[in-house]
Design a protein around this ligand. Structure first.
Ligand SMILES: Nc1nc2c(c(=O)[nH]1)N[C@H]1C(S)=C(S)[C@@H](COP(=O)(O)O)O[C@H]1N2
Ligand SMILES: [Mo]
Length: 440
């Protein structure tokens, strides 16, 4: 198996040609029927573009862009995050290529960054003097702790916990949703060390008025207006009191990277990562659902019933996203490789399911017509991803293939093959991940 060089070059050279082949000059011309199916001619032409015939071309879904030609943004580097693809630099938002998420424990340089404002300046962060204030009507004894006090007064725990942006996968929605056009890499699963949020809240006398938490971070609003928070979210009190919700000061046995919330952040596994506040200095326990920045309107909220793409949904019909859905990634090999026909081919990846376990992972080499069950490992602890692998794949003849991976959670819910329900801000796209393979 060798790495096929220059998928970017392939995209550059062939992208335009391919889009002509697929869409034609007029979207309703002969390459795409009125029902959106590619014509036989278009498939044959697409095979030429891809450098081989599309072996299971008769099973290729309507209107889908082949994985080999799907958007692959150019890398751009930020210090300490060499492999990430930067989507935006004001604020900084950067995601990982899926093949960089192959480690069991995501290294710091491959962990995505999602900032809503400007992070606090590095020299303004001193872990020795940093404090966390706990207050609000939901606690009897408001208290302010230094990080040292948190370390000494509460049991220290280490957990591998996945964080994923609620908007991961947004780029595939149509009509498009505004916001960072994440592909698949706004996810990672590092190891965090800290204390249980539960122990700290209990020490502050959490009472029966407690409904929801509200975090505040030291980052600043993009407008420069110091009275505005870039983001201030929280979780239902039951989630805050979950035994694995954390207040963390270390990641992978080192300081948390600056961009990921040094010196103190929250980790609420299974929920969208927007609930895991970075650079946190205040945590309130409110007697009502929090209404801070990015808690209302269309932010991190979805319609409470399925809607047709493009629908305008009344505010009162939007609900806050809680646990994230089942999902998986193919992390090895990287998309676009070549492999000899007749040689055993294997692939592997990660799978996760919000607050649930993943029960099964299947892969397909014929655009989802048939599926083979993969080997699946247990997670090291709750809210970590599970590794899966598939061996003994045989490509029957020379040509273009895609490998699709599909996970199923413990309740029997699987990932959709292409796109889940549309929502105004493009959250929760848990469609099957796919990679392109050329059998030669
Ligand atoms: N203070 C603060 N916390 C924050 C954010 C932020 O902009 N400021 N972004 C949130 C969002 S939307 C996500 S997806 C995660 C991203 O965490 P990461 O940058 O460590 O990957 O942090 C969350 N916590
Ligand atoms: Mo996010």
């Amino acid at each position: 198996m060798k790495e096929k060089k220059g998928i970017h070059e392939l995209y550059g050279e062939l992208g335009e040609k391919a889009s002509q082949v697929i869409w034609g000059n007029d979207p309703l011309d002969s390459s795409l029927s009125r029902r959106g199916f590619l014509s036989r001619n278009a498939l044959t032409a697409m095979g030429a573009v891809l450098g081989g015939s599309v072996v299971f071309g008769d099973r290729f879904p309507a209107g889908l862009i082949p994985a080999a030609l799907a958007q692959t943004p150019e890398p751009f580097t930020i210090e300490g995050k060499d492999g990430l693809i930067v989507l935006n630099d004001r604020p900084v938002n950067a995601e990982a290529h899926p093949h960089l998420l192959d480690d069991s424990i995501t290294p710091a340089e491959n962990l995505f960054v999602r900032n809503n404002g400007h992070p606090p300046a590095v020299d303004a962060i001193d872990p020795k003097t940093w404090t966390l204030e706990i207050g609000g009507p939901g606690v009897e004894k408001p208290t302010t702790f230094t990080i040292q006090e948190l370390k000494e007064e509460f049991e220290n725990i280490t957990r591998q916990i996945l964080i994923e942006c609620g908007g991961n996968g947004r780029s595939e929605f149509s009509p498009p949703a505004s916001g960072n056009q994440w592909t698949v890499g706004a996810v990672g699963c590092p190891k965090w060390t800290g204390v249980r949020m539960r122990d700290v809240l209990k020490a502050c006398g959490v009472n029966d008025k407690a409904v929801y938490t509200a975090y505040y971070g030291k980052d600043t609003h993009l407008s420069g207006d110091s009275t505005k928070d870039p983001i201030s979210r929280g979780v239902p009190i039951a989630k805050a009191l979950d035994e694995d919700s954390m207040i963390a000061w270390a990641m992978n046995d080192a300081d948390i990277p600056w961009m990921n919330g040094h010196p103190l952040r929250l980790i609420t596994g299974g929920y969208p990562a927007s609930t895991s506040g970075k650079w946190v200095y205040k945590l309130l326990v409110r007697d009502q659902v929090h209404d801070g920045a990015k808690m209302t309107g269309t932010s991190y909220r979805i319609p409470k019933y399925p809607v047709a793409p493009g629908t305008e949904v009344p505010e009162e019909d939007m609900i806050v996203i809680e646990a994230m859905p089942v999902k998986s990634l193919l992390t090895f090999p990287r998309s676009g490789i070549e492999t000899p026909v007749g040689e055993d081919f294997s692939c592997r990846g990660q799978a996760w399911a919000g607050e649930l376990k993943v029960k099964e992972v299947h892969t397909s080499i014929d655009f989802g017509s048939t599926w083979q069950k993969a080997k699946l490992e247990d997670a090291p602890n709750r809210f970590a991803w599970q590794r899966w692998s598939q061996e003994g794949i045989n490509f029957p003849k020379v040509g273009y293939y895609e490998i699709w991976a599909k996970a199923t959670d413990e309740k029997g819910v699987s990932q959709p093959m292409i796109l889940p329900g549309w929502n105004p801000k493009g959250y929760l796209n848990n469609a099957c991940h796919r990679i392109a393979v050329q059998a030669v």
